[in-house]
Write a protein that binds this ligand. Structure first.
Ligand code: ZN
Ligand code: ZN
Ligand code: FE
Length: 755
């Protein structure tokens, strides 16, 4: 067969992941002659060969891809014959166009880990060992193209040996942008809590010693600092809780390896795979019995345990030295973003005893990601390091450039162009000046890195969301841009469903169930227990929980007792004030959580509707139930009530409570009433969970549409498990969180046309 010349074009994640050296090596195996280069939309290979060999070659590319690479599209075309003498990697001026994606930060690879612990290796125990296949990416990038000069590695001048590795196409560190060694790369610095530099250690031995002694150390990682302490030391954990003013919210624990993880938690194969994946998220697991050697202070009253494996060489060295688990919680002031430098860390001076810093700048902050497995499905609760800012491809191209600003809690932002959406990592709750600043910074980073100019700004309807305020401000600031930037509101819960539809590339109409905290509804009330039939053109709200009043507005979100009391007023009105005369209310936990004056004040507020917005939120219903059952009255962290109710669930209870529905309004008062006469909290909790499933069954009955689930309440493992068991075909998101972190994607998807 006569050889011809072929051009192979590949799009996807093919840059900064060792793709060209991989092709180079592969071409060598088949003795192929030609070239490989980074083109405008990906990698281009030109080879002169036979058709048979071409096919073999393409198959090998697909089958043996480097671990971080993925190909979305591969095309082969025959071109005019060229004769080559050898196979070459061609460097191009415009390497890495902005359409090429940024790979996320990934964990240290097994080859680097081997070298890290090899005493003969020149990088033996070097805390920043990396290669083309592993290490930091997104967190160190200022700009695209992804090249060393556009990262915070530009401040380090490569030594001759590193330069040699970096320039050799056959070396596994060819074009590894964060390459470095003891000679030339980043170095550690140990400080006390007054900011004095104690030493610039080569290794982590000293820090390990400090942790062993029970100290709290702020350790700089990939996307920010962690506060770390010995996870087997109850006293150290208690100190951390007190200093951080975090009485009960569970702490994540970093374990040396999968064997150590197995000592503390039950692991399915799926969960094991997630723990050891290159993304290395925190995985929420069922803890073993009495935490098996981990003090209960890690997660008081909760049998779930968030574990993760070391993902940087620095963490590996620490854990290896210690041979015991470490509490590793994001270093941040409540409601503020993760600390990424010494300056922002200063606010936590009273919390840590020492700081282990290093001199590689974190350009883009990024929290740890959090994932769980329910009913065989991966549910991502916080999408950040390891995943961000990976893009999500859409079923069809957008005709606009959309900037989506997300919601207000668990904020994320997104940009959408062509057929892709780039989603920022988890930003956090926009409740402080610092977090709003971080939110703006994330928008700026995305726009700068992708040279993106929006033609449309999509945002939530809530007038008081910081994201809404930003949208208005932004439009005001850019009155004369051509084409003019338009601003469009997308209803919160509709955006929740649209996000799932976009991720799953669903077309046509769906039946959406949104069990959520609170979101601004079309009628100005706070929705959150919504059943909606939707497609990309709009939605119809076919059913929802009948409104109840949130006594004290925002305060009711933190105080389950306020929601419960409001429901009691709905049921018994003024009689509640005479509770000691009513047998079913005597000894009621909600009522006992108030004094008489408070009860009267709340009654008046309820009666007159003063600072008592109407809501249909299932999240708030969970709170009310938790209060009525005496589980919790005032929460110390978001989602606490749901977590505690999970603990009470008993699968052997079969029944559910009755509820009524009229014209799409679900009356929950019969549920509350029935619960009051129940004596066993386990039974009432279990029946409550089943009741929510029955609600879905009832409303869904007349519809023959795919069911889509979203909203923060579906982070509840018990509820989601029950719903998926009843509706195995129900669609949930796997790449975006069911909570408000997924709203930004939905806001972009609103601009996909329905056809
Ligand atoms: Zn590596
Ligand atoms: Zn070097
Ligand atoms: Fe929401």
């Amino acid at each position: 067969m006569e050889p011809s010349t072929y051009k192979i074009c590949m799009e996807g994640t093919v840059q900064g992941v060792g793709f060209r050296p991989f092709i180079y090596t592969l071409a060598g195996r088949y003795a192929l002659k030609g070239t490989v280069l980074n083109g405008t939309h990906g990698v281009e290979i030109v080879i002169t060969t036979t058709e048979t060999l071409l096919e073999t070659f393409v198959l090998a590319i697909k089958e043996e891809l480097p671990p971080l690479a993925s190909i979305d599209k591969l095309t082969t075309t025959q071109i005019d014959t060229i004769s080559f003498d050898d196979f070459q990697i061609i460097s191009t001026e415009d390497e890495g166009e902005v359409t090429v994606r940024i790979p996320p930060d990934v964990s240290v690879c097994s080859q680097c880990e081997e070298e890290l612990f090899d005493p003969t290796n020149r990088r033996y125990k070097y805390p920043f060992i990396t290669c083309t296949q592993c290490g930091v990416r997104y967190s160190i990038i200022y700009d695209l193209p992804y090249d060393r000069v556009h990262t915070s590695m530009k401040f380090f001048k490569m030594c001759e040996v590193c330069k040699e590795e970096y320039s050799n196409p056959l070396d596994r560190r060819y074009h590894a942008q964060p390459i470095g060694c003891y000679e030339c790369g980043p170095t550690l610095e140990l400080r006390d809590n007054q900011g004095n530099v104690l030493e610039k250690p080569r290794g982590v031995e000293k820090v390990a010693e400090l942790l062993k002694e029970g100290n709290i150390v702020a350790v700089k990682g990939v996307g920010g600092y962690h506060l770390m302490c010995d996870a087997t030391n109850a006293e150290a954990i208690e100190t951390l809780r007190q200093r951080k003013r975090r009485p009960s919210k569970p702490f994540a624990v970093m374990v040396r390896d999968i064997q150590m993880a197995g000592k503390f938690a039950e692991l399915s194969q799926h969960e094991e795979r997630l723990l050891t994946s290159k993304e290395r998220p925190i995985v929420l697991l069922q803890s073993k019995g009495n935490h098996e050697g981990l003090p209960l202070q890690i997660a008081p009253n909760i049998s779930r345990l968030g574990l993760f494996l070391p993902y940087t060489p620095l963490h590996l060295l620490l854990l290896d030295e210690l041979q015991r688990p470490l509490v590793a919680t994001s270093a941040n002031v409540t409601d503020e973003p993760i600390c990424t430098n010494l300056e922002s860390l200063e606010k936590l001076q009273g919390v840590y005893d020492y700081v282990l810093a290093h001199n590689r700048v974190i350009v883009n902050g990024c929290d740890d990601s959090v994932v769980m497995v329910v009913g065989g499905q991966e549910v991502i609760l916080r999408r950040a390091r390891g995943y961000a800012p990976a893009s999500i491809s859409l079923a069809k191209p957008l005709s606009e450039h959309v900037l989506a600003l997300g919601a207000n809690q668990k904020s994320t932002v997104a940009i959408g162009f062509d057929n892709q959406v780039i989603l920022s990592p988890h930003i956090g709750d926009l409740d402080s000046i610092e977090s709003i600043e971080y939110f703006r910074k994330n928008i700026e980073s995305l726009e700068r890195i992708y040279s993106f100019n929006p033609t449309l700004i999509a945002h939530d309807k809530h007038p008081n969301y910081e994201s809404t305020k930003y949208a208005i401000l932004r439009q005001d600031q850019e009155p004369n841009t051509t084409p003019a930037t338009e601003r469009v509101e997308v209803q919160h819960h509709y955006a929740h469903i649209l996000g799932v539809m976009a991720e799953k590339k669903l077309r046509g109409k769906v039946f959406g169930v949104v069990f959520d905290g609170t979101g601004y509804g079309d009628d100005g009330n706070l929705w959150g227990g919504e059943f909606m039939v939707c497609d990309y053109t709009g939605f119809e709200r076919v059913a929802h929980l009948k409104y109840f009043k949130l006594l004290g507005g925002a305060k009711a979100i933190k105080e389950p007792r306020r929601v419960a009391l409001s429901l009691l007023f709905d049921l018994y009105g003024e009689e509640v004030l005479d509770f000691d005369k009513l047998s079913h209310l005597s000894g009621n936990a909600t009522i006992q959580a108030f004094n008489n004056v408070e009860l009267k004040t709340h009654y008046l507020a309820w009666q007159k509707g003063l600072n008592a917005p109407l809501s249909s939120s299932v999240g708030r219903l969970f709170d009310a139930v938790a209060s009525l059952l005496g589980v919790i009255q005032v929460m110390s962290f978001e989602g606490e009530s749901g977590m505690l109710l999970e603990e009470l669930y008993d699968g052997s209870v079969q029944e559910h409570y009755d509820f009524s529905m009229e014209e799409g309004k679900i009356n929950i008062l019969p549920i509350v009433e029935a619960m009051l006469s129940e004596t066993d909290t386990t039974v009432s909790t279990s029946k409550f969970f089943h009741t929510l499933v029955e609600m879905i069954v009832k409303v869904y009955e007349p519809y023959d549409l795919p069911m889509v689930l979203s909203g923060g309440v579906f982070q509840n493992r018990v509820l989601l498990g029950l719903v998926l068991k009843r509706f195995p075909e129900a669609v949930i998101s796997n790449a975006i969180p069911p909570n408000d972190g997924g709203v930004a994607l939905g806001q972009v998807a609103y601009f996909l046309d329905s056809s």
